[in-house]
Design a protein around this ligand. Structure first.
Ligand code: F6P
Length: 349
């Protein structure tokens, strides 16, 4: 049934790293916006950049056809943010005024949502949708993209098991997870990893190697060590290279897997290989679970717009779509739950 609420001109953007399910969110916003509320939906190109430069495209049900299973984002994405650009917020205001935009839906992770929070505080009509394969956004039990990334990592680790066993090797698998180890913990547990290293629990390489040696002494054992890209050694236990930053001040991660693999081979003498899954985890089609979650987030976001829930973010809590303040989302990163980590650790080595 069509809504009696006034139709609006809504602009949606996707910011930060891409993630499977972004197109499903956009499609759901467009579908309910157009068919239920009679809205006109625009897409800001490359995240906030489109709002800064006045570059948007018109979106409708027809143009979004076929995008549900497609990875990436039809709008493009970037880490550009209005507060990092001279006069950026005024530029965004000008675009909103010129194009007659009534509301903005910002789909993104930590950086994009922090910016949305500031824009809302500065009086802009904006709501957020949590996105990241890392699953580290507070306020919501899950973010879309996470399930797909775990599935991809599990499929890869299943394959690595057979080659590791044939050669009696140790294989270190580096997965994404900048600040938290949800992907590593879930993929490691689902794929029967020998050991998993996550950022929340700094590791002692000596203890890791001792466990591997004990395991291999028990018979013809191979081992799979899953390492989150943000995993760090316990202070003073191992040297790691200086951090490298990208142009937006983000630490460029990736490489800890190779360092751990070298160290394991050097200390244990076991032939060791490393596989870095990298952006493979972010590409391609979303799982059925992520398609449903993204679709529900998109529908909830357009509803939030019509409730004028500025400064709020859609979230999943106990299976329900709810609204939470963007401050909740950005206040604290969601880390791996102690109980889950305890369960995962029962299977180590
Ligand atoms: O935040 C999501 C994420 O995939 C992280 O896991 C990873 O560290 C980062 O993005 C990679 O970003 P980029 O694509 O800019 O290298």
């Amino acid at each position: 049934m069509a809504s009696r609420l006034p139709a609006m001109r809504v602009c949606i953007l996707t910011g930060g790293g891409d993630c499977p399910g972004l197109n499903a969110v956009i499609r759901a916003v467009v579908r309910k916006g157009e068919r239920h509320y009679g809205d006109e939906v625009l897409g800001s190109l490359d995240g906030y950049r489109g709002l800064l430069d006045g570059e948007t495209v018109s979106l409708d049900v027809e143009s979004m056809r076929g995008t549900l299973p497609r990875g990436g984002t039809v709008l493009g994405t970037s880490r550009i943010q209005p507060y990092a650009v001279e006069g950026g917020v005024d530029k965004v205001r000008r675009t909103i005024h010129t194009l007659g935009i009534d509301a903005i839906i910002a789909v993104g992770g930590e950086g994009t949502l922090s910016c949305a929070h500031e824009l809302a505080r500065d009086g802009l009509p904006i709501v957020g949708v949590p996105k990241t394969i890392d699953n580290d956004i507070g306020g919501t039990e899950l973010t879309f993209g996470f399930d797909t990334a775990v599935q991809i990592a599990v499929e890869a680790i299943d394959r690595l098991h057979t080659t590791a066993e044939s050669h009696v090797r140790v294989i270190v698998v580096e997965v994404m997870g900048r600040h938290v180890g949800h992907i590593a913990a879930w993929a490691g547990m689902a794929a029967g990893a020998t050991m998993t290293l996550i950022p929340e629990e700094p590791f002692d390489i000596g203890a890791v190697c001792e466990s591997l040696v004990r395991r291999h002494e028990r018979g013809r054992y191979a081992s799979i060590v899953v390492v989150a890209e943000g995993a760090v050694p316990r202070a003073g236990t191992m040297d790691i290279p200086e951090k490298v930053f990208d142009q937006y001040g983000h630490v460029r991660l990736g490489g800890i897997g190779a360092i751990v693999a070298d160290e394991i081979e050097r200390r244990t003498g076991f032939e060791t290989r490393v596989t870095t899954l990298g952006h493979v985890q972010r590409g391609g089609t979303p799982t059925a679970f992520d398609r449903v979650l993204s679709t529900r987030f998109g529908l909830a976001a357009i509803d939030a717009v019509h409730r004028q829930a500025w400064g709020q973010m859609v979230a999943l809590r106990s299976g329900e779509m709810v609204l939470v303040p963007l401050t909740d989302a950005i206040a604290n990163l969601k880390v791996v739950e102690a109980a889950l980590w305890d369960d995962a650790s029962q299977f180590f080595a």
